[in-house]
Structures are given as structure tokens and as C-alpha cells.
Design a protein around this ligand. Structure first.
Ligand SMILES: *[C@@H]1O[C@H](CO)[C@@H](O)[C@H](O)[C@H]1NC(C)=O
Length: 258
């Protein structure tokens, strides 16, 4: 696979809200909007291989169609936890992104948008959104004609046992944010407490979304999301839909209750 390094842009929504109040609001099961495909694999490494090929194929497709490809790496089990740690720290997902499976793809450092870890969570969210707004104003980043929100080519999402995606948790109000592109949380139920996250309107404006879920500890949640009981509260993971296609990458353990 040939990549032109200057065509690929990666956005790292590093997880970087203060009273913990369980949400009064509840979302109820509604039909998913976009297309959804569920792929099952024998092992986590088979998932990784398939995901790398899927990403490479999409990259080639988008570069051919429009001369660029944008990818967002977000939280959950995909990159374990996207932490608010200095970018030179070993567990920063900046490093994971540059050394992980995307290391096969040459990405110029200037095309990697990581959070500014010198700022407060609120400041980091504002700064990240502002950088994204500049990319939209300068027509580097397209917006969805359906939603008006920035449209990434690919979002890679993980899911937590509580059904959270990115840093949108079932019990935090950020999951209901409708205006902001990027928001922050200071009391994440999962450490570390402060995180920044893309909001649902941005996530669901992505052309393609991969939901990457492995491990038996996620089997119940996977079932609850893919086969929700009528009338039961909708988990954040169940509200993900891509403008194009949402593809679930499951290993056999995560798929064991389906
Ligand atoms: C999954 O659900 C089953 C039955 O509802 C329960 O016994 C089990 O403890 C759950 N597993 C996890 C990891 O939550």
C-alpha cells in the first residue's frame, strides 16, 4: 500500500464535567441511523490485523477520492485509556499512535493533532476545538452537509464495560452535548478524571466508524448495545452511527453473548 505522507492527518482526541450527578435524562432505544456491520474474529490479533487492513483500504479510497484522509483515535478499550499525560510520557496515546499500528503509515508530525497538555481540561477542549475550527475555515476539514459538524473520514472507537465511548459516559451530561465540537470532563468515572472528548454530533458525522471491542469482560455490554432491550436506557455506544457505515470489530470473547 502506497501512502503519500502529506495526505494523511490524524486527530487524537486524547481524553484529557465537576459534580458527579447521575443523569436524570435517559435516552431510549431508537433505531440506528446509518449502516451497521458486525465482524467477528477468532482472536484479538486477528482483530488488529483486520483493523489495519480496513484502515489502509479506507485511506487509499479517500486519498484517491479527495486527496486526503483523516483519522481520529479515541478512547475506550481501543487504546485502553487515552490519558491526560504529558506527551512525552510512555502511556500517552500520542506515542501509541505514532508507534502503534498506524506507525506503518507515515504521518508527518505537523499532521498529528494532539491536545495541548499544558492547558486545563477546559482550556484544552477550547484549544482543540479552535484548531479544528481553523481547519474547517481554511477548508482543510470538510463539514457534513447533513449535520454541519466537521466530518472526519474515520473514527476509531473503543468501548468501556459501562458502554462509554470516547469520554462520553452513561452517567455524565457530556453525552448529551449538541453544540460543542469538543468538550471536557473533570470527573471521569474511569481514571484519569480529566479528559477531553469529541462530542456525539462530531462522532456521528464521521464518514466511517470502527468500533473495536475485544475481551470477555465486554461481552455483556456488547450484547446490550447490539441487541438492546426495548425500553431500556440506551448506552452511549448504542448511539453511535456513521454517515457511511459503522463497523464493529469483535473478537470471539466480546462476541460470545451475541
Ligand atoms: C454478564 O451477565 C451475566 C448474566 O447476566 C452475569 O452473570 C455476569 O456476571 C456478567 N459478566 C460481567 C463481566 O459483567
Amino acid at each position: 500500500m502506497d501512502f503519500n505522507m502529506y495526505q494523511i492527518t490524524i486527530f487524537i482526541s486524547i481524553i484529557l464535567a465537576s459534580l458527579i450527578t447521575p443523569d436524570a435524562k435517559m435516552a431510549f432505544a431508537t433505531p440506528q441511523k446509518g449502516k451497521t456491520e458486525v465482524l467477528k474474529f477468532d482472536s484479538e490479533s486477528d482483530v488488529a490485523v483486520a483493523l489495519a487492513k480496513y484502515t489502509a483500504d479506507l485511506s487509499a479510497k479517500f486519498v484517491k477520492e479527495k486527496g486526503s484522509f483523516s483519522v481520529v483515535l479515541s478512547g475506550g478499550s481501543l487504546i485502553d485509556t487515552l490519558r491526560v499525560v504529558p506527551l512525552d510520557s510512555e502511556d500517552s496515546n500520542f506515542l501509541l499512535a505514532s508507534r502503534g499500528f498506524l506507525s506503518k503509515v507515515p504521518i508527518p508530525p505537523g499532521n498529528i493533532y494532539a491536545i495541548n497538555d499544558k492547558l486545563s481540561p477546559e482550556g484544552a477542549a477550547d484549544d482543540y476545538e479552535e484548531r479544528l475550527r481553523r481547519l474547517v475555515s481554511s477548508k482543510v476539514m470538510p463539514v457534513s452537509s447533513a449535520s454541519g459538524f466537521p466530518k472526519f473520514d474515520l473514527m476509531l472507537l473503543g468501548m468501556g464495560p459501562d458502554g462509554h465511548i470516547a469520554s462520553l459516559f452513561p452517567t455524565r451530561q457530556q453525552r448529551y452535548e449538541k453544540k460543542r465540537w469538543v468538550t471536557f470532563i473533570t470527573d471521569s468515572p474511569k481514571p484519569p478524571p480529566p479528559r477531553i472528548t469529541f462530542t456525539f454530533p462530531v462522532i456521528n458525522s464521521a464518514a466511517e466508524i470502527a468500533m473495536v471491542v475485544t475481551g470477555a469482560e465486554l461481552a455483556n455490554t456488547t450484547k446490550a448495545v447490539l441487541h438492546p432491550h426495548q425500553g431500556s436506557p440506551l448506552l452511549p455506544a448504542a448511539e453511535v452511527s456513521a454517515e457511511g457505515e459503522l463497523t464493529w470489530f469483535l473478537d470471539k470473547d466480546a462476541a460470545s453473548k451475541l
